[in-house]
Design a protein around this ligand. Structure first.
Ligand code: GUN
Length: 297
């Protein structure tokens, strides 16, 4: 029997545990606050940001919702970031990616105060992660580590294969899995669009993490029997339904379940974990900046 890894359930448990930390902060007179900045009219980005806002409210994190016209100048976005950096009531700052083409994404990431960079994308935080001294682990890879631990997957000595080399998932995932740590110590391969004979690499995986953003790129024939499959893809594909689309992962679920020992569904797998770990990082940022120790899940 293939285990379907329920990210919604694991995320709910993490939110529950975080509320104890939020209570501790409240007793010390501190109230975590996250500012999200959206400079896009992409419906998917709008949905993600509004879900992040709702999550904050649910657990007692104050959420500030800033929207900037996608046609506005880059300096307007920089000015907003500067104000949020300077605002002592704000603990976390998140600029939803992607930003419009006329805005330099890397300049945006560099501009956010590293102590408030709850995405963990600032070069200082990336460097710290690579050095094994993470301040904020990026939310999606951190959530995946929590899912693997929940299923009881031993990463030490395992063959982990990551498909995708993005700044948000692939690269930080690889860096976390190679760390000398209880949830690392994996022998890790990163595959990408130029990888020759992808299937030969993915078939080696005890742990396969699909994060290429290509609908159903990985099918059952590309998996080793008994692999644990983590599907990061959230791809909108045309469908004959009311919405006109449906969500599919980077993994062909039906054929993959015939081979995998455990697999995350789309939706309801990695997505809820990414959102939970953003709350985690916001509580951590507040704890660090206010000097109030909290126990994190
Ligand atoms: N766009 C897609 N995923 C993310 C994320 O984790 N953080 C931000 N800021 N933008 C994203």
């Amino acid at each position: 029997m293939t285990k379907i890894i329920d990210g919604t359930e694991v995320a709910a448990a993490i939110r529950e545990d975080l509320s104890a930390g939020i209570d501790t902060l409240a007793e010390a007179g501190e109230h975590p606050t996250l500012a999200t900045v959206l400079m896009s009219d992409d419906p998917a980005s709008e949905t993600y940001v509004s879900m992040k806002q709702d999550d904050c409210e649910e657990v007692g994190i104050e959420a500030i919702d800033i929207e900037i016209d996608p046609e506005a100048s880059a300096s307007e976005l920089y000015g907003t970031i500067d104000e949020l950096n300077a605002d002592e009531s704000v603990d976390g700052v998140l600029v939803q990616m992607p930003v419009p083409d006329h805005v330099d994404k890397r300049a945006v990431l560099r501009r956010i105060d590293p102590a408030k960079d709850v995405d963990g994308f600032h070069p200082e935080n990336v460097g710290r992660l690579v050095a094994g001294d993470a301040r904020f682990k990026p939310c999606t890879p951190h959530g995946i580590q929590k899912l693997l631990a929940h299923v009881g997957v031993e990463t030490a000595g395992a063959e982990a294969v990551i498909v995708g080399r993005s700044e948000i998932v692939g690269k930080p995932m690889a860096n976390l899995l190679i760390q000398r740590s209880p949830d690392g110590n994996a022998t890790t391969t990163v595959c990408h669009s130029q990888t020759a004979d992808l299937a030969a690499k993915t078939r080696r995986a005890d742990i396969l993490i699909a994060a290429a953003g290509v609908p159903e790129l990985i099918d059952g024939s590309m998996l080793r029997s008994g692999a644990v499959v983590i599907d990061v893809g959230i791809n909108r594909v045309d469908a004959n339904n009311e919405k006109g689309y449906e969500l599919v992962g980077d993994v062909e679920f039906e054929t993959a379940t015939e081979k995998a020992s455990a697999i995350t569904p789309v939706p309801g797998g990695v997505g809820p974990m990414t959102r939970a770990m953003l709350l985690y990082n916001t509580v951590k940022a507040t704890s660090q900046e206010r000097g109030v120790a909290v126990e994190l899940p």
